[in-house]
Design a binder for this molecule. Structure first.
Ligand SMILES: [Zn+2]
Length: 134
């Protein structure tokens, strides 16, 4: 999906992005089908991000679980706002906003954390799927 989105952003044929070919060739049947499929997925997306055909279905065989996620950068920024200004919207000087800038105290390249993150996410998904299979 991200390759089709990248192609749309770049204004090139989706198949050129997927197959890593030059985008100068004319659009073919597959480009139009890929674009149509991408648009169908976008059009069927609920406001919450899930497919509308799951969110709006009334079947008792569809249930939802809550996955709590914590943005450590937002948590840190909010704690700083509370300690500096007494709350998210109080006593803040005009025009001032806080941003959480990531850095590694050990000096590790930030990109090196990407693989660990996705491996942990994959393990989480495997555990959830194993639970669902019971
Ligand atoms: Zn929804």
């Amino acid at each position: 999906m991200h390759l089709i989105r990248a192609a749309i952003t770049a204004g090139i044929r989706p198949s050129a992005m997927i197959l890593r070919t030059q985008p100068s060739a004319p659009w073919d049947r597959w480009d139009f089908l890929l674009l149509e499929a991408y648009q169908i997925v976008q059009d069927e997306r609920c406001d919450c991000g899930n497919p509308i055909w799951l969110c709006h279905h009334t079947s008792n065989d569809i249930q939802f679980r809550i996955d709590e996620v914590t943005c450590e950068a937002t948590a840190y920024r909010e704690r700083q706002e509370e300690s500096r200004y007494g709350g998210p919207n109080q006593k803040r000087p005009h025009g001032v906003s806080l941003r959480a800038i990531p850095f590694s105290p050990s000096g590790a390249p930030l990109a090196s954390f990407r693989r660990d993150y996705y491996r942990a996410q994959a393990k989480k998904r495997e555990a959830l799927n194993a639970d669902a299979g019971r």
